[in-house]
Design a protein around this ligand. Structure first.
Ligand SMILES: CC(C)(COP(=O)(O)OP(=O)(O)OC[C@H]1O[C@@H](n2cnc3c(N)ncnc32)[C@H](O)[C@@H]1OP(=O)(O)O)[C@@H](O)C(=O)NCCC(=O)NCCS
Length: 187
């Protein structure tokens, strides 16, 4: 588990995974007010900036409770948050956590998710000494499934009607990656 009062910054080539501040609420709103981005993300689409500010407060307090680590993904050249990366369901006893990621629609297909998630996986298996990472994905979420498989995650199971998201019942595909399988590969 992490100590300190905020998440450590994780630098990559073009990005910085960093602690989210109240002033990032506007950038987060752009990402999470988009129905395409939230469709399979388990979040109701944001309607106004107040909801985005509330999300930042939730992320900050969840870090202090060690129930969720959610980094902002900042595009360094523009000083702008383009998405988030998360470790949730942190289970130090079994050294596992669940991985999540989202990139705003206007910034997708530029390799940002791959770059950010590779760095986060390295951090989880390195600094956090995790043994296993999991991802819970809607089977229709092809971009996410492609990212996970390219990163080396293996499909481990299919769970029917696991979520009720925005009034819709959704199935889940469960993916897993073990520390010994992670070669720090670039995809
Ligand atoms: C899943 C998600 C994060 C992928 O984000 P992304 O930033 O587009 O991912 P990447 O850019 O790393 O890779 C996407 C594609 O772009 C390609 N790509 C990478 N760099 C590129 C570049 N410079 N130019 C063009 N294409 C590029 C990749 O090869 C990849 O192609 P493929 O899907 O055919 O394999 C994004 O679609 C998303 O936020 N979805 C909504 C949220 C969600 O459902 N999250 C998952 C739930 S856990």
């Amino acid at each position: 588990m992490l100590t300190g009062d905020r998440l450590p910054t994780i630098p990559t080539h073009r990005l910085r995974l960093r602690w989210l501040e109240d002033s990032d609420a506007r950038d987060l709103f752009v990402v999470f007010s988009d129905p395409v981005v939230v469709k399979y993300f388990g979040l109701t689409r944001m309607r106004d900036l107040a909801e985005s500010k509330e999300l930042v407060r939730h992320i900050q307090s969840s870090f202090r409770e060690h129930s969720l680590y959610q980094w902002g993904v900042e595009l360094v050249s523009e000083g702008r948050i383009v998405g988030t990366c998360t470790l949730s369901h942190l289970d130090p006893r079994n050294r596992r956590a669940e991985l999540g990621f989202a990139i705003g629609r206007g910034d997708q297909r530029k390799g940002y998710a791959t770059e950010a998630v590779q760095a986060l996986i390295a951090f989880a298996f390195g600094e956090l000494a995790m043994h296993r990472l999991e991802a819970d994905v809607d089977p229709r979420n092809k971009p996410s499934i492609r990212r996970l498989e390219a990163l080396g995650f293996q499909r481990e199971g299919y769970l029917r009607e696991r979520w009720l998201n925005d009034g819709e019942i959704q199935d889940t595909v469960l993916y897993g990656l073990l520390a010994r399988e992670w070669g720090g590969q670039t995809v």
